[in-house]
Design a protein around this ligand. Structure first.
Ligand code: KG4
Ligand code: ZN
Length: 338
């Protein structure tokens, strides 16, 4: 009977996170979200790495404490090697290396994008694990990908954004409307009160399974500028309808690509991850897809969808079972591919 404890560390963007996993079950999942970026309307890389330096020791200590173990009980340290912001990645990477070296236990490097997908394999009551092969759609402020997953570590990116991520489409549209950062949650809230067909935004034309959101953001900007010129109170008078229409268009873009992906691959099991999967409209559209297209959809527990270290810990556990370890000379990689 195995009895494995692994510490996961995540620091790829603006969340400093640590988690302890015991076999497949999460014992602690601590995230320090950096508030500092809100006033800048986006993540400032230099400030992010400094905040990681301040947060990493307390966050790791808290994760061990909440798991009720001490560091000598750990079997391995897993960390996010990339992709992400270089300065941010360096903090987690250096810390993980030193800790593993000091404890004389294996070090495990983790790809952040694989981790978003493998978060579905955390043991969690009430959440089913997708069967192989399945399609994973990772949607957040930093990523937009559709991945074909044939086994834990056989993954193929079959579509991705050629410019902005879908979360940026929400956040930048929100900025145009004068909403705070990140705007995704507020657009979601207001969309529930508005008419999704009130305004029409054209969907970008991108061939195959790739996405593009930079043109969409510009379309929103021009639309708002034109309407505000005619009526200075346009935004205030129509905010819920505008949010509903923006969200409706974005969801349409995602669902169209998923339909194409299921058609091309013949795979109808769809797992989603990333912060945007919190969106209530997307969740509803996926549920509708089960009825309309015979999909089976998987949405992980919320705390495992946004950036977190539990997903790093589960990959650490799976790699530990495979004996797939990193050397001390492993380096962070900002553009690491799946
Ligand atoms: O995964 P995440 O926490 O961090 C990364 O970007 O990696 O995702 C954050 C993104 C932001 O763009 C935020 O606006 C978006 O997820 N988001 C949402 C919702 N909740 C978070 N977008 C739409 N609807 C939501 N309910
Ligand atoms: Zn992420």
């Amino acid at each position: 009977e195995q009895n494995i404890y692994i510490l996961g560390i995540e620091s790829s963007c603006d969340d400093t996170a640590a988690s302890v996993i015991h076999n497949g079950k999460i014992l602690s999942n601590v995230v320090a979200t950096q508030k500092i970026h809100e006033e800048f309307g986006g993540v400032v890389p230099e400030l992010a790495s400094r905040a990681h330096q301040q947060n990493i020791v307390p966050v790791v200590s808290q994760a061990l404490k909440k798991a009720n173990i001490n560091k000598e009980q750990l079997h391995a340290v897993a960390f996010t090697r990339g992709p992400g912001l270089m300065g941010s990645l360096l903090v987690g990477t250096s810390f993980a290396k030193s800790l593993a070296y000091g404890l004389n236990i294996p070090l495990i490097d983790v790809n952040h994008m694989q981790a978003h997908i493998l978060a579905h394999f955390i043991d969690e009551e009430g959440f089913e694990k997708p069967p192989f092969p399945f399609l994973a759609m990772t949607i957040s402020g930093g990523h937009t990908q559709i991945v074909r997953v044939d086994s834990y570590f056989e993954m193929t990116v079959i579509g991705e954004t050629i410019d902005d991520a879908v979360g940026e489409a929400f956040d930048k549209s929100g900025k145009i409307l004068g909403l705070g950062y990140p705007a995704g949650p507020e657009i979601d809230k207001r969309a529930k009160l508005g008419n999704p067909k009130a305004f029409k935004f054209t969907k970008p034309k991108v061939a195959g399974l790739n996405f593009s959101f930079s043109g969409f953001k510009t379309a929103v900007l021009y639309f708002i500028q034109r309407e505000v010129k005619a009526n200075p109170n346009f935004i205030a008078e129509n905010l819920n309808d505008i949010c509903a229409s923006i969200q409706f268009t974005i969801i349409g873009i995602l669902i169209d690509k998923l339909k194409l992906a299921t058609k091309e691959t013949g795979i109808k099991h769809i797992a989603i991850g990333g912060g945007v999967s919190a969106n209530s409209g997307i969740r509803q559209a996926l549920k509708d897809g089960e009825q309309k297209f015979g999909w089976t959809t998987y949405v992980p527990k919320f705390e495992f969808t946004t950036d977190n270290a539990a997903m790093i810990a589960i990959v650490g556990y799976l790699k530990y079972l495979d004996g797939d370890f990193a050397e001390q000379d492993v380096v962070a990689s900002a553009r690491l591919k799946i």
